[in-house]
Write a protein that binds this ligand. Structure first.
Ligand SMILES: O=P(O)(O)OC[C@H]1O[C@H](OP(=O)(O)OP(=O)(O)O)[C@H](O)[C@@H]1O
Ligand SMILES: NC(=O)CC[C@H](N)C(=O)O
Length: 510
């Protein structure tokens, strides 16, 4: 591939979307500022999607119209004070998007809202349906008209169908959600709003994260009790409401505490009276969960808790394991900020080599950046990183990155460091080579575009201009991830490593 084409392409991975929902407890109309909470929750999930966002709220009566606002860009640029005032409601859901299925059009912005036999529903989706083509055909054959290119619309439309068991006693939303889940195995974490309830749903493989938080009253988050009560419907006075979020990192800013993660296949109902686990849809026998390993490597924020463990801790263990598998003789260990930083710190600690920063990241450049002209495209990395030259001149540097996808980032960084006086640059990657596309919610490009497939493996260090380059093994990554998992010991543990091994959790039959 020509140099120009490589630099021109986008930076490889796109983040998964973020979904968020909030429902007030106590008397309605609530005093709780539901739209502000959702907005702040989405800002906390901004690292998962920087393309567009939306919020839909409701007063929670069957006949009530939903109020919504959607737009392109970052959450803070879409929602202003006057929008949030108009969004007043007792419950609502929100979304921040990075497209994986369907273009970056305004029509694909979530949450979706459709009218059903029982009134409007709204859906926010993180993930990507592995069988979206066949679901789309099925819906079209049934005469369902589609107005977007998004797989999230397919989920929304599937939910408008009455389940086979019928609805003799009125709307059967759990039946409808279960019927939808039977038709598509993965990948989805959803917030679904209907009437006075929100349903938090995770696909049976648990491919994308989803968790529930408890909104604490002002007196209890000022140091009150963390009265964790498991069980069926659950109410208590120390709680202003409930939230559902892709990641727990969004909870601190809204005075919420992580209550628990939604289990793979689980449907949890959030209402003004509390939360209730409605059912768990099983995977086919013998199949393990397939939680995306790249949530740990790159996507999730380090202060989020996934499978009972802090993402930061997993990244540190990856760095430690990397030091065991691929030590290097050097004067300084450093990071390609930001996702790689915990791994770099642990790598340095394990080898007893000083850790220091060599790159200063411009915090106003997003995780992926769009270059509007050839000149700026070529300056892509320079636009993102400044050099802390005094820290590395005449030194042998180990540069730790969390992942290499197309290799756009690494090559110019090494060049910059060497031009500025680094004696040697050794690259260590805290994940294995990415060799296979992802069809489950991460926009990892085609096989041919991945640098691990384009360049002869023996010569990859040379390709980047590095003095050496080594990756963490798949076994090492799984060990570092799984040894800290803290979930119910009766539940199986399993991670999707399809982008590393080509072994997908479900057969790809399209
Ligand atoms: O091989 P490539 O195709 O260049 O992609 C890999 C790079 O992209 C990511 O950084 P990003 O700036 O997106 O996020 P971060 O700030 O969280 O590290 C990742 O951490 C790697 O540095
Ligand atoms: N990254 C995501 O989770 C995107 C959700 C959905 N597939 C979309 O493209 O809108």
């Amino acid at each position: 591939m020509a140099e120009e084409e490589v630099i021109n392409s986008d930076s490889g991975m796109r983040e998964a979307c973020g979904v968020f929902g909030c429902i007030a407890t106590g008397d309605w109309p609530t005093q709780l500022d539901v739209p502000h909470i959702i907005c702040l929750g989405l800002v906390g999930l901004q690292h998962r999607g920087q393309e567009s966002g939306g919020i839909v709220t409701s007063t929670g009566t069957k006949s009530s119209q939903y109020t919504q606002k959607k737009g392109c860009g970052y959450i803070n640029s879409i929602f202003h004070e006057e929008d949030l005032i108009k969004l007043k409601g007792n419950l609502g859901i929100g979304h921040t998007r990075y497209s994986t299925c369907g273009g970056s059009d305004v029509s694909n912005i979530q949450p979706f809202v459709v009218e059903t036999l029982h009134g409007p529903i709204s859906v926010a989706h993180n993930g990507e349906l592995v069988n979206s083509t066949s679901i789309k055909q099925k819906l079209l054959r049934h005469g369902v008209g589609l107005s977007t290119g998004s797989d999230s619309e397919l989920i929304t439309q599937l939910l408008t169908h009455m389940p086979d068991c019928g609805e003799p006693d009125g709307p059967n939303w759990v039946g409808r959600i279960k019927a939808m889940m039977k038709q598509t195995p993965t990948s989805y974490s959803l917030a679904i709003m209907y009437s006075d309830k929100i349903y938090a749903v995770r696909d049976p493989y648990g491919n994308r994260p989803l968790c529930i938080g408890k909104l604490l009253t002002a007196s209890s988050f000022a140091g009150g009790s963390d009265d964790k009560v498991e069980g069926q419907r659950q109410t208590d006075d120390s709680c202003d409401g409930w939230v559902v979020s892709s990641e727990s990192c969004s909870f601190g800013a809204i005075g919420a505490r992580l209550y628990r993660e939604v289990l793979p296949g689980e449907i949890v109902e959030l209402s003004k009276d509390g939360i209730k686990s409605k059912c768990i849809v099983d995977r086919p026998e013998s199949k393990l969960p397939a939680f995306c390993i790249f949530e740990y490597v790159y996507f999730a924020r380090p202060d989020s808790v996934l499978e009972g463990q802090m993402v930061y801790d997993v990244r540190k263990r990856c760095g430690h394991q990397l030091a065991i598998e691929a030590p290097a003789d050097a004067d300084l260990v450093s990071t390609v900020p930001e996702s790689a930083t915990p791994a770099a710190i642990a790598y340095a600690e394990a080898l007893g080599v000083p850790y220091g920063e060599v790159l200063c990241k411009n915090r106003y450049v997003g995780r992926t950046f769009i270059q509007p002209s050839m000149r700026l495209r070529k300056l892509g990395v320079a636009k993102k990183f400044g050099l802390l030259t005094g820290n590395f001149q005449n030194k042998r540097v180990v540069l730790v990155d969390d992942s290499i996808v197309r290799g756009n980032t690494m090559k110019p960084i090494i060049q910059m460091l060497k031009n500025a006086g680094a004696k040697e640059v050794h690259v260590r990657v805290a994940s294995p080579p990415i060799k296979h596309p992802c069809y489950m919610g991460i926009n990892i490009p085609t096989t041919e575009e991945l640098v691990a497939n384009r360049v002869n493996f023996e010569k990859i260090a040379n390709h980047f201009g590095a003095d050496s380059l080594q990756y963490l093994s798949v076994e090492g990554l799984l060990k570092a991830t799984q040894e800290g998992v803290k979930i119910d010991s009766n539940l199986p543990v399993g991670h999707c490593v399809a982008c590393l091994t080509g072994s997908y959790p479900v057969s790809l039959d399209w």
